[in-house]
Design a binder for this molecule. Structure first.
Ligand code: GLN
Length: 497
């Protein structure tokens, strides 16, 4: 019998719909895979065995009753532990929410459940989504299935590692500065940051509200598109949610064609700090796009040089405000409440005990950047840079349909290598951050293994806001051509664990 954990989500859904396998069999196969490998990988913080099997049984009952099933009904998914799940712990990778059981579902969680998607559990992440390696998790790091001594990316390293180790065919991430795309790049999987406002933030624990965006992750472009359509759409509970139809991403993924498209190569995403093997695979991808019939042009986005600096003022500023709610009084951890201390003292002790070093660093940085006297110099300037970056994109998209770049400057680095060097860690998001600042859509998909270390390289495709379908049209064409060239999907070369 086929190993159910190696199938795509699309193929799994088809087999369930036709009755060839039951949703319960599929869920059990994945739970068994988790049992077999997750001790080594540590993708999950919490496995919801009972919840997963109950949801699978419900899908099987629906099918038995002759009801129509949605396109992903019965397909297992790994959910980043930043989305609230009623009755199931939600920690955001932080001690401050250890043991907290949310009383409500995030809109995204609710949509997954309504679509019959089987949520296997909650995945590991950098605390409050701050990081690029998952080493900032209060619950220990996650290993990259290609090499367990290396990082699986971050902040959503649990989700990317779950996909790459065949523990789930679908996963959810959130991308504030690259946390969907960078983990996808370094694990040889696919991840999309949709247009800002496309996926509801209701019930998604806030880090930097003007940048945060939930999105789909999978092993193929089509699977990512199918998940995108399930989770995207207007939500009256999120005031920044876009009230417009979701772009036709599944149709675009099925079409997969770049003929006649104008594709821009961002000149600034190259040079010092870019690994030779990453640039080699990227250059080959651009050649491939040309062979597939796209017109390639060079594009300059001069303000991108300041994106990282602007991001590390805006994101910490918003985080210092958002994280003020973790005061030890309302939910989660409470430290030092022995009846002798004031509320202020309890709050201070709770935050001291509950937040890790990176979160503290950002709260302090953000509080400073927003303080009177410094506000204009730091936060105000960063917002101006943000406008310049948006204008660079607008100018570029006046000339080309999509932009392409490497997703990350390097392949997966060893666990520990950048843990004590925040600046080196921040550089992992050099190519991804501009799209968060501008709010447009972007995808990472595998484009080969770097010759020097045999690790996956990601190709980033960037589209204008509300043109997410272009990512899938281009991504599917690239994926089909590469798969034909390699003779199999890239992940088949990963160790079996
Ligand atoms: N690595 C970036 C940061 O640390 C981005 C994180 C994210 O996208 N959530 O802020």
């Amino acid at each position: 019998m086929t190993d159910l954990t190696r199938l795509t989500a699309a193929a799994t859904a088809e087999r369930i719909a036709s009755g060839e396998v039951s949703a319960v069999q599929v869920a059990e196969a994945h739970l068994a895979r988790i049992d077999a490998v997750d001790e080594k990988v540590h993708a999950f913080l919490h496995v919801d065995r009972e919840g997963a099997l109950a949801q699978a049984r419900a899908v099987d009952a629906k099918r038995a009753a002759g009801e129509e099933l949605g396109p992903l009904a019965g397909v297992p998914l790994a959910l980043k532990d930043i989305f609230t799940t009623v009755g199931v712990p939600t920690t955001v990778g932080s001690k401050i929410l250890e043991g907290w059981i949310p009383p409500y579902d995030a809109t995204l969680t609710r949509r997954l459940k309504e679509a019959g998607v089987v949520i296997l559990g909650k995945t590991n992440m950098d605390e409050f989504a701050m990081g690029s390696s998952t080493e900032n998790s209060a619950y220990g790091p996650t290993g990259n299935p290609w090499d367990l001594t290396r990082i699986p990316g971050g902040s959503g390293g649990g989700s990317s590692a779950a996909l790459a180790s065949f523990q789930a065919p679908l996963a959810i991430g959130t991308d504030t500065g690259g946390s969907i795309r960078q983990p996808a790049a370094v694990t040889g999987t696919v991840g999309v940051k949709p247009t800002y406002g496309a996926v509801s933030r209701y019930g998604m624990v806030a880090f930097s509200s003007s940048l945060d965006q939930g999105g789909p992750c999978a092993r193929t472009v089509l699977d990512t598109a199918l998940l995108h359509e399930v989770i995207a759409g207007h939500d009256p509970l999120d005031s920044t949610s876009i009230d417009a139809p979701v772009p036709p991403v599944v149709a675009a993924a099925r079409a997969g064609d770049v003929k006649g498209m104008r594709i821009g190569v961002v000149k600034e995403f190259a040079g010092e700090g870019y690994q030779a093997g990453v640039m080699q695979r990227f250059t080959e991808s651009v050649e491939l796009l040309r062979e597939l019939g796209a017109e390639i042009v060079e594009v300059s986005c001069p303000s991108f040089e300041y994106a990282l600096a602007a991001y590390y003022l805006i994101a910490p500023s918003e985080c210092s405000s958002n994280l003020a709610r973790f005061d030890g009084l309302r939910y989660g951890l409470r430290a030092g409440d022995d009846g002798t201390r004031s509320a202020e003292e309890v709050t201070a002790l709770t935050r001291e005990a509950g937040f890790g070093p990176e979160v503290k660093r950002r709260v302090i940085l953000g509080t400073y950047a927003l303080s009177s006297g410094y506000y204009d110099a730091y936060y105000g300037s960063a917002q101006k840079v943000r406008t310049l970056i948006t204008q660079d994109f607008q100018r570029a998209f006046g000339d080309v349909d999509v932009l392409v770049s490497p997703t990350t400057p390097t392949t997966a680095f060893p666990i520990g290598e950048r843990a004590d060097d925040p600046m080196a860690m921040y550089l992992a998001d050099l190519c991804t951050i501009p799209s968060n600042l501008a709010g447009n859509a972007a995808m990472s998909l595998p484009c080969g293994l770097a010759p020097e270390d045999g690790l996956p390289v990601g190709l980033q495709i960037i589209a204008p806001a509300m043109a997410d379908d272009r990512l899938y049209r281009v991504g599917a064409a690239v994926e089909a051509a590469f798969t034909a060239r390699w003779g199999h999907p890239l992940l088949e070369e990963a160790p079996t664990l």
